[in-house]
Design a protein around this ligand. Structure first.
Ligand code: GLA
Length: 393
């Protein structure tokens, strides 16, 4: 749907007004490498997608907030004061937006007026490409801009994560919101999750394309297993802190330090979780070196190693993700393939020679369907911009 059609839909929903409609866009994200590292204080390497969520926003004459979406029938009109919003949790998609407004209020940035919101999302739901972070970040950026604040992107990422953790109640790390807020065209974002220092790493892939393969497998276990992995990492950290002084996060350990002190980890799963974190963190830095040197083959190998570790040591993959990766690796032009995001369903990301992309989509799609009974979806995708304004204000 183009901008003109979205604006027509907006006026059809909310009517005419003398106030201007402003339009903002936030992308989805794909994590290239560094999985389950953000909440362990290490390095991640996500990139913004070329598709995401568009928000059309217009001030109202009263103080109400009216939320509508082109994707979901659920819509609601709420009173704009932060106290009543804090008690308005619905369990619906609007919680992502309302959570952000509640967090803005905590920063002393209560909204000065009411607004009509219309969202149009292009990110398949539950695909692990951060549709929720995209809604949060576009809401924060849109409101801050319209209310006349300077919108600091790191601050936006942090408050959006707080909305997700506190209001929505999902205990995610900072990676998704950070990538959606700070993404840059043709660049990956190397983020140090402990300090939030980051650099933009040119993502120059020449004849190779990023192919995102959606397993269309519902991510059923994701919340419970995600929290379980987080608490296993906390346990491993506590045990290791008795041996290594000044250790604040698991990802601060070097592979050599882990080797030296591993006996303190009481069970096999704890050791395996810690091993994944420490080695995956090291793989991120190696990936950045490989990308800087234009060594895509080495980067592909690191992607493969990442998936294998998530499958065998961290145990967050699933049959559908493993089949998708196995089939992807059979295509000669595939340099690397791995699951991306939290796991237990969602998407894989592969680096594929452009001459083989068609074959990839056809053969991997066919084999995936034969082996799992599910139909996959494939997106050949470049790296896009972080949140930005398109029109208005
Ligand atoms: C989800 C979370 C992120 C991150 C990834 C795993 O996407 O929202 O914070 O932990 O899983 O890398």
């Amino acid at each position: 749907m183009n901008l003109m059609e979205m604006k027509q839909a907006f006026t059809a929903q909310f009517g005419e007004s003398s106030e201007e409609i402003s339009v903002f866009q936030a992308p989805g994200r794909v994590n290239l490498i560094g999985e389950h590292i953000d909440y362990n204080g290490g390095y991640v390497l996500p990139a913004a997608l070329e598709f995401g969520t568009t928000l059309l926003l217009r001030p109202r004459q009263d103080k109400k907030l009216s939320f509508k979406s082109m994707n979901f029938p659920y819509h609601v009109e709420l009173h704009g004061d932060v106290k009543s919003l804090a008690e308005s949790k619905t369990g619906e998609w609007v919680d992502y937006s309302v959570g952000v407004i509640v967090e803005l209020g905590k920063l002393g940035r209560d909204l000065t007026r009411g607004y009509d919101f219309l969202y149009n999302g292009e990110i398949p739901n539950g695909s692990g490409l951060s549709s929720s972070a995209s809604i949060e970040v576009v809401t924060a950026y849109g409101l801050l801009s319209t209310e006349g604040y300077l919108a600091d992107r790191v601050e936006i990422a942090v408050l959006s994560q707080k909305a997700e953790n506190g209001y929505v109640g999902v205990n995610s790390g900072i990676m998704d919101q950070f990538a959606v807020a700070n993404g840059a065209k043709d660049h990956a974002i190397l983020l140090m999750c402990d300090t939030l220092e980051y650099t933009k790493v040119p993502f120059v892939t020449g004849d190779y394309k990023l192919v995102i393969s959606n397993t269309n497998k519902r991510r059923g276990l994701v919340d419970s297993k995600y929290n379980e992995r987080r608490s296993e990492c906390d346990q491993a950290l506590q045990l290791l802190q008795s041996r290594v002084s000044g250790l604040d996060y698991l990802a601060q350990l070097t592979p050599e330090q882990l080797e030296e002190h591993q006996a303190v980890l009481e069970t096999k799963p704890l050791l395996e979780r810690a091993k994944h974190v420490v080695e995956e963190n090291a793989r991120v830095l190696k990936s950045v070196e490989a990308l800087k040197q234009g060594d895509l083959a080495a980067f592909g190998q690191l992607m493969n190693a990442s998936h294998d570790s998530l499958r065998d040591l961290y145990e967050v993959s699933c049959e559908e993700l493993d089949v998708m990766v196995e089939e992807a690796r059979k295509i000669p032009g595939t340099l690397g393939s791995r699951m991306t995001g939290a796991g237990f369903g969602g998407c894989t990301v592969s680096l594929v020679h452009q001459d083989d992309v068609e074959k990839f989509v056809e053969q991997v799609g066919k084999a995936y369907e034969e082996r799992t009974g599910l139909k996959g979806d494939f997106y050949v995708c470049g790296v896009g911009e972080g949140v930005h304004q398109i029109e208005g204000v």
